[in-house]
Design a protein around this ligand. Structure first.
Ligand SMILES: [Fe+2]
Length: 234
């Protein structure tokens, strides 16, 4: 017969095993492996783009930035990325051998920006490694030759450890402006989601300052060419 002491011991062992597995799940290598699995599942169309977004955003919550920066060789990469007078500088890195996602470190000085743009045929997740940014997202509700129809979804300050994501299905358009002396983000990208499109991804630049509010609460943001977008917003 199981004694009371044995029962308490086995319950304690079970509890400890659960705690250990929860802690294990939070370790960086486990998070990166899970990110890779999500990215493979997305590429194979086994999960929806919003599932990838939810999964990656939850993996980013509480991530150990010191450990992540070490894994990304952040100091050395940042030293190779002089801050540009317009827009961002960026370098693709490797976080896992054979990774299905593309990690990229973006660097920008105060007032410089990841200029306002929407995406087609890709997902990405952006995590602030250092500095602060004013980040905005919009839902993309429709397109015309001249403009994108948008609904604002996110407008807040992003600090180290904060993240957001885009896809064809949610928060498709974004814009980040560095509000600290320098700011660095780690983006993880999966593109070519629908290979039948014939292009890996497409970017549409917009002009939010000249967007017109519509009676239904949406905004109509005119399209911009890259050079003009960089000149106005970079
Ligand atoms: Fe983007």
């Amino acid at each position: 017969m199981t004694t009371r002491r044995e029962l308490i011991l086995s319950m304690a062992t079970l509890w400890l095993a659960r705690v250990a597995s929860a802690v294990e799940a939070l370790r960086l290598p486990v998070r990166l492996k899970r990110l890779d699995e999500l990215s493979r599942a997305l590429s194979r169309h086994e999960i929806a783009q919003v599932d990838w977004q939810d999964g990656v955003e939850s993996l980013a919550r509480g991530i150990d930035l010191v450990e992540l920066c070490k894994a990304a060789d952040f100091e050395r990469v940042a030293a190779r990325l002089p801050l540009l007078t317009k827009g961002t500088n960026a370098e693709a890195i490797q976080l896992l051998p054979g990774q299905r996602f593309t990690p990229k470190i973006f660097a920008m000085g105060r007032g410089r920006a990841i200029i306002p743009h929407g995406h087609v045929n890709m997902v990405s997740h952006h995590l602030v490694l250092q500095g602060a940014l004013h980040g905005r997202h919009w839902e993309r509700l429709g397109d015309s030759d001249e403009a994108l129809i948008l609904r604002p979804t996110i407008d807040r300050t992003f600090k180290p450890g904060d993240s957001s994501s885009i896809s064809d299905q949610r928060d498709n358009v974004h814009w980040f402006v560095a509000t600290s002396e320098r700011a660095y983000t780690l983006d993880c990208i999966v593109d070519n989601l629908d290979p039948s499109r014939g292009y890996r991804f497409h970017i549409d630049f917009i002009d939010p300052d000249r967007a017109r509010a519509q009676p239904d609460g949406t905004v109509r943001a005119p399209r911009l060419g890259l050079d003009e977008a960089l000149r106005r917003y970079g």
